[in-house]
Write a protein that binds this ligand. Structure first.
Ligand SMILES: Nc1nc2[nH]cc(C(=O)O)c2c(=O)[nH]1
Ligand code: SF4
Ligand SMILES: [Mg+2]
Length: 208
């Protein structure tokens, strides 16, 4: 273990094992490490990213190693804003885990990450205009209002293997009808990437 590790505390909301609920890897068993703090404040955010507790490096490893999945999803909040995230990722890589990240796509993703799922946010378009990651394995955009222009903008900014549109959940209600209508419009364009539907299937089946 890196000698620096024993001095570090990370803000952690929760660590749990579940199935990836969203995107291309839906259904894949995974250990979720949810970091506190975010550099955005989306009005419809579904995650209590400020309800974190300090976890030592050793406590994180102990929790993770007690689960059986070999795939870790680093999420938040926004995990890329964590100082010294790389130190933890180095250890997890050394342990042989496959490392995926859920990021809003504004900040550089550490090199140890094997799979990037980026969810850029329409409300913060001007931030993506100035700087964002150039590539993700998948992009997922939440369909809060009319996101067509934002989707086209992001296609130009973040190259991805797959592009997804997800319904927005507000007060327990999902705007599925609007979302599939928008998907139809996106996919009517010629010579543009195809967009697919991504649902938060973990919410539909009542798992974490
Ligand atoms: N099952 C499940 N899948 C997820 N995929 C991304 C999640 C997230 O909150 O980042 C999430 C989550 O919270 N639960
Ligand atoms: S970027 Fe994600 S975690 Fe941060 S406020 Fe928006 S939805 Fe919540
Ligand atoms: Mg979630």
């Amino acid at each position: 273990m890196n000698p620096l590790a024993s001095t570090i505390n990370y803000p952690i909301v929760e660590i749990f094992e579940s199935l990836q609920g969203e995107g291309a890897n839906t259904g894949m068993p995974a250990i979720f490490i949810r970091f506190g703090k975010c550099n955005l404040a989306c009005p419809w955010c579904d995650t209590p990213y400020n309800e974190f507790k300090p976890f030592t490096f050793a406590r994180i490893l102990q929790k993770v190693r007690a689960f059986s999945a070999k795939n870790i999803i680093i999420t938040g909040g926004e995990p890329t804003i964590q100082p010294r995230l790389s130190l933890l990722l180095d250890q997890l890589k050394q342990d042989g885990y496959f490392l995926a990240i859920e990021t809003n796509g504004l900040k550089t993703v550490p090199a140890q990450i094997d799979y990037i799922a980026a969810s850029p946010k329409r409300l913060y378009r001007e931030k993506y205009q100035s700087r964002c990651i150039p590539f993700a394995h998948e992009v997922r955009i939440v369909a809060d209002e009319d996101v067509l222009e934002f989707c086209a903008f992001i296609e130009g900014k973040i190259k991805a293997n797959r592009y997804y549109l997800s319904p927005c959940e507000i007060e327990g209600k999902m705007n599925l009808h609007e979302t599939i209508t928008l998907l139809g419009k996106l996919n009517q364009r010629v010579n543009r990437p195809k967009w697919q539907l991504s649902l938060q299937t973990h919410k539909l089946i009542g798992i974490e």
